[in-house]
Design a protein around this ligand. Structure first.
Ligand code: OKP
Ligand code: ZN
Length: 344
């Protein structure tokens, strides 16, 4: 299987993440990509190729222009104010306030465009996000052109990024950008299957009122898991999109037997909907030893996941999402890919 990778994903190396009231070194770090790339090479998965550059047009097909401008200028604007730390939102337009005017001050703009305080913007963030979406676009383009499965070693991840919000370590929604690109290249309907431990709130929001993308997500129940404010089972889509959003919230502690029953249901929905392309939001933080997640999947379970995905028989693009701070991130991500290939 072909892998797309770029060293430019390492241009973002944030120093701070607000975690338990402290500023810690972020879980979402450049080493994640190096670990997965190392494993891709170790098992001889296939060629590793640099992405093409696609510019901003496919980004603006799913993201708001003001939001993209904000991401492009945030770090400079923040520094121009003489701030000493990284750019972290600290006030939001919550229920009792107005959100119909975007403030001019960078602190206010950060509050408007951020969904969470875990994600600092630092030097290189925009450039890394650009590389990440180019990897996703290159991967899906390869799948469309060849019919072959393909792996995009994206970083930063994307599935929490909404049309005009960043957070949960995500800036551009790589899977949404790739899915939209496929539609714009003539694909009739795309399935985005999100197996990351966290609900893909951004992907859900972007396609919520549409029937050309089926979004299915297996994740920790938002009653107790990030992102807390989206991801319930009663979110089924709106308007034309009714029935094209499927959430499988599961309790902390869920292991592969229960998790894979939800997976099989999601795969049946994808089959019934007549999807022509599968984009997998491949987070591997459902792993039993993930430091910020709570499911109990083993490394072998990720191989089994890959096998089941192959059963769909669809052209498939895998895009890396989460999976943190453990040596096994490489083993687990690549297990999905080798499991998939072995079953094709
Ligand atoms: C991103 B992805 C505490 C953790 C806050 C929330 C999790 C973001 C997960 N500082 N971050 O879905 O793997
Ligand atoms: Zn996650």
């Amino acid at each position: 299987m072909l892998t797309f990778h770029s060293d430019d994903t390492g241009l973002r190396r944030a120093r701070t993440e607000l975690d338990g009231g402290e500023l810690v070194t972020p879980y979402e770090c450049p080493e994640r990509v190096e670990l997965v790339l190392g494993r891709v090479r170790e098992v001889g998965l296939g060629e590793v190729r640099a992405p093409e550059t696609f510019g901003l047009e496919p980004v603006l097909a799913v993201h708001d222009r003001g939001y993209v401008d904000f991401l492009a200028t945030c770090w400079d604007d923040w520094q121009a104010e003489g701030k000493r730390g990284e750019a972290i939102a600290w006030m939001w337009p919550t229920r009792t306030l107005r959100d119909d005017r975007i403030p001019e001050h960078i602190d206010g703009r950060l509050g408007h465009y951020a969904m969470s305080a875990d994600t600092a913007i630092c030097e290189g963030t925009f450039e890394a996000a650009m590389a990440s979406k180019d990897i996703a676009l290159s991967a899906v383009s390869h799948t469309l052109a060849s019919g072959e499965p393909c792996f995009g070693l994206c970083r930063p991840p994307g599935h929490h990024a909404a049309s005009d919000q960043f957070g949960g370590y995500c800036f551009f929604n790589n899977a949404a950008i790739a899915a939209q690109h496929a539609l714009d290249r003539g694909v009739g309907r795309v399935a985005v299957l999100d197996v990351d431990f966290h609900h893909g709130n951004g992907t859900q929001q972007i396609f919520y009122e549409r029937d050309d993308v089926l979004f299915a997500s297996l994740h920790g129940d938002p009653r107790t898991c990030f992102p807390y404010f989206l991801g319930h089972a009663d979110e089924t889509g709106r308007g034309r999109g009714e029935g094209f959003n499927v959430n499988y919230p599961m309790a902390p502690g869920t292991a592969f037997d229960a998790w894979s029953r939800a997976l099989d249901d999601a795969l049946a929905r994808i089959r019934e909907a007549g999807c022509e392309l599968l984009v997998v939001s491949l987070g591997v933080d459902a792993f039993e030893h993930d430091p910020i997640s709570a499911f109990k999947l083993t490394s072998d379970d990720f191989t089994a996941l890959g096998r089941r995905l192959a059963g769909l028989g669809l052209p498939t693009t895998f895009l890396l999402e989460g999976g943190y701070a453990v040596e096994e991130i490489g083993i687990n991500a690549v297990n999905v890919l080798t499991g998939f290939e072995a079953a094709c």
